[in-house]
Design a binder for this molecule. Structure first.
Ligand code: ADP
Ligand code: MG
Length: 770
């Protein structure tokens, strides 16, 4: 069944800074109708703007109540196999972390996250027939990079992956087993310290990162009917502390800061866009893929999750713009519809893996030995118990033995008596013997029980029993400690505590439902009906005038709204443009770096031709990165030695490749030799041997041409050459200047005849070799 995202707003008290500035309170709340109103400090004439939410919590509200009213049902859901998400949204310093993490003292202000931990383990402890496996993970998104706050290296960037069944997940994110509230708290504390918000970094950074603590809960209810399938479900609870929603200050990004090119918090903007797309009802495309955060929380927005959002506000007039923007954001979010569903029979559950492992280990233990009467329970529970049936059988056996012995004793006594000539044994004699046997058997039974009890204690706790493989035993015990459930199922006090909590929540929910009902009734109050109720013309007129006035005020307020929204859009657009500019700058930086580096790439490497590589690159939508061709070296095939330089000598026993016309080859060579005599010998000598050289020469030649052209205007080339070197009598410059190549480069290869430059025949050769 579809349900909307539950949105509540919480307004913190004024802080000392706001008090110091003599700020005015502009936010008001009426919990009896779940309403928030905010008045514009710059325009006292417009009526305050009003919003209605699923919950409103004013200055002195306590987190305990927020939990009971809104978070409790969500956490219960995750313990039934639903996914749940709690977001905290709002301007920095307005109480997101105060609400999510909270403070230990006073206890009413313990945060939603530790409360969720306690709730979860209260439920598992009193569960009668369900076992749970709970894991926690904690990540941070900062500058669109995901980091594991509980991993071995909290600096390592992690990738998002998509699995056809499991959906989007973070690759290599560590999941830590937790078996009680304290262990959860320890994880939270450890991760909190690892945030890039840590003490060493400025608070500004802390306000730019998002953190997600996720609790994974797997549960199994073993089937009561033999052979039937066990019921396995998997719930998940995301506890999200978002980055500050305020627009980041316009700090000039230079040097180091340039790396943080995105002034816009991409994930936060994307979240807003996803919400807008979801609620406008027209968008077919929901832009989840635009950021890491929206991809990770895709299910929580318009998906299968029960979602709740806490919008945190400041009451002060100097935060009016931000507060109004938060209220608008929250107002939009409350229209998102989700379709929560239980994750039944999920694939790849750790619990299933554990269950199989436990079963195997138990079998190993049982076949390994231990008294037959001590068994481990079926299913996942490890508790060893005394098998009463086996004991009964043992007792029967003992009884049989006892009876047989008594009979035997009687017979023996009779025989003895007969042998000694006495009469049948007296009752006293018989009784004395029987008492002896009974005592012996009682002793045996007592010993048997004692032994069983001793074994039982050993198996469940302390020492490893004899005949049992210690490795198997320890493994089983380790696995077993991670599986929780039913520890206090028989503890009346614990069960009562839970029952009371449930009742309290129910009671509060009823109150909330009544308040929402009142608020709806107020909304739907039809003024026209009021007007019609008057039969007197004058009264009707008065009522209509009042109504018209009210409508006018409403219109004015909506016009103001429109202007505000337009202004917000304009600011946002500026931010986007600024971000684009910054990104463009860093793109140019990369391009320039590439231009510098590219010529140094070996020419036989496929990456030497960047344009070709660009064409081959394919964008991978799922991985969100480019797939590039592998780095490869292209081997140039050289012609076989000697080919084209005369017939092979007999000594090498060279056989020409079939199809070579030796006669033609010879003509070709002799033609080339003749041409060589005419042409530039030195040019041939310095003929570039590879593309790189060719390129350099080509460039140098072009430069030379330019120099020559420039010189043409004010200097007689003939005069120039007489100064430096005599021009070639034929007019064609051989480029072989006295002084040699190395020194002559700068001046020796211009031609006296502009436009016909052929130093070392380079141009032609370059063209050939390119
Ligand atoms: P955020 O995480 O949104 O940046 P914080 O939760 O760190 O803001 O809150 C900033 C300051 O305000 C903290 O000192 C916090 O204790 C205080 N604060 C926030 N909300 C409340 C509240 N509802 N009642 C009392 N103090 C609060
Ligand atoms: Mg915070």
């Amino acid at each position: 069944m579809a349900e909307t995202v539950k949105v509540l707003v919480r307004c913190r008290p004024m802080n000392s800074r706001e008090k110091g500035l003599n700020c005015e309170v502009v936010v008001f709340m009426d919990p009896s109708v779940m309403q928030v109103s905010i008045s514009n400090p710059a325009d006292k004439n417009t009526p305050p703007k009003e919003f209605t939410f699923d919950g409103v919590y004013y200055l002195d509200s306590i987190t305990e109540n927020i939990y009971k009213d809104m978070a409790y049902p969500l956490v219960e859901g995750s313990l039934e196999g639903y996914n749940g998400t709690i977001f905290a949204y709002g301007q920095t310093g307005c109480g997101k972390s105060f609400t999510m993490q909270g403070i230990p003292d006073p206890p009413t202000q313990v945060g939603l996250i530790p409360r969720a931990f306690e709730h979860i383990f209260d439920v598992t402890a009193t569960a009668e027939d369900t076992k749970y496996l709970v894991h926690g993970s904690y990540l941070e998104i900062y500058n669109e990079e995901i980091r594991d706050l509980l991993g071995a290296d909290s600096k390592k960037k992690l990738d998002l992956k998509e699995h056809p069944e499991k959906g989007v997940y973070v690759q290599d994110l560590t999941k830590h087993p937790v078996a009680n509230t304290r262990e959860c708290e320890k994880l939270m504390e450890k991760g909190w310290k690892n945030r890039s918000t840590g003490a060493t970094l400025m608070n500004k950074d802390s306000s730019r990162s998002h953190s997600i603590f996720t609790i994974f809960i797997e549960m199994i209810t073993p089937s009561k009917k033999p052979g039937a399938k066990d019921n396995i479900r998997a719930g998940k609870l995301n506890l999200v502390d978002l980055a500050g929603s305020e627009r980041q200050g316009k700090t000039g990004a230079t040097g180091e800061r340039l790396k943080e090119a995105t002034k816009i918090n991409l994930s936060l903007s994307a979240l807003g866009n996803v919400i807008s797309a979801l609620v406008d009802g027209k968008s077919k495309h929901i832009p989840y893929r635009d950021s890491k955060l929206t991809r990770l929380l895709q299910d929580s927005l318009g998906g299968n999750t029960k979602t709740m959002m806490v919008a945190c506000l400041s009451p002060a007039d100097n935060n009016y713009d931000e507060t109004l923007s938060t209220l608008r954001y929250a107002n939009r979010a409350k229209q998102i519809k989700n379709k929560p569903k239980i994750n039944e029979d999920p694939k790849d559950t750790l619990l299933r893996e554990y269950a199989a492992e436990i079963k195997k280990l138990k079998e190993q233990l049982e076949t390994a030995g231990g008294p037959a009467q001590v068994k481990v329970q079926k299913g996942l529970s490890w508790e060893p118990f005394v098998d009463e049936e086996a004991i009964q059988r043992e007792r029967e056996k003992l009884k049989g033995e006892y009876e047989a012995q008594m009979k035997q004793m009687k017979k023996d006594l009779e025989k003895q008596k007969a042998a000694s000539g006495g009469g049948p044994p007296s009752k006293k004699e018989l009784e004395a013997q029987a008492a002896k046997i009974r005592k012996e058997f009682e002793e045996r039974e007592r010993k048997m029980r004692e032994e069983l009890e001793a074994q039982k204690t050993m198996m469940s706790g302390g020492a490893i029993p004899e005949n049992v493989d210690p490795e198997v035993y320890e493994k089983l015990r380790a696995l077993q400690t991670q599986i929780v459930g039913g520890e206090q199922a028989n503890d009346k006090q614990a069960v009562m505590k839970r029952k009371k909590a449930n009742e309290e929540v129910q009671r509060r929910r009823k109150e909330i439902a009544a308040a929402i009902g009142r608020s709806l009734a107020e909304d739907e109050e039809d003024d026209e009906i009021l007007v019609k109720a008057y039969d007197d013309v004058q009264k009707t007129l008065n009522a209509r005038t009042a109504l018209a006035k009210k409508m006018k005020a409403k219109l004015r307020s909506q016009e103001q709204d429109l202007r505000d929204i337009q202004r917000e859009f304009a600011v946002e657009r500026d931010d986007y443009l600024e971000t684009i500019r910054r990104q463009d700058q860093s793109l140019r930086l990369l391009q320039q770096l590439l231009d510098r580096v590219q010529p140094t790439i070996r020419k036989d490497c496929n990456y030497a031709d960047i344009e070709a590589i660009k064409k081959q690159a394919i964008w991978d939508e799922i991985e969100q990165k480019w797939k590039l061709p592998d780095l490869a070296l292209v081997k140039t095939k050289l012609p076989p030695p000697l080919l084209g330089f005369g017939a092979p000598t007999t000594s090498t026993k060279y056989t020409p490749p079939s199809g070579v016309d030796w006669a033609q080859e010879e003509t070709h060579i002799s033609n080339r030799l003749e041409r060589g005599a005419e042409e530039n010998i030195a040019g041939q000598y310095f003929k570039p041997t590879n593309n790189r050289q060719a390129e350099i020469m080509f460039k140098t030649q072009l430069q030379a041409e330019q120099v020559a052209k420039r010189n043409q205007g004010f200097m007689d080339p003939a005069a120039y050459w007489t100064k430096s070197a005599p021009p070639s009598p034929t007019g064609s410059n051989h480029g072989f200047q006295p002084g040699g190549m190395g020194m002559g480069m700068g001046r020796g290869f211009g031609s006296a005849k502009p436009g016909r430059l052929a130093p070392f025949g380079a141009k032609k050769n370059v063209m050939d070799s390119l």
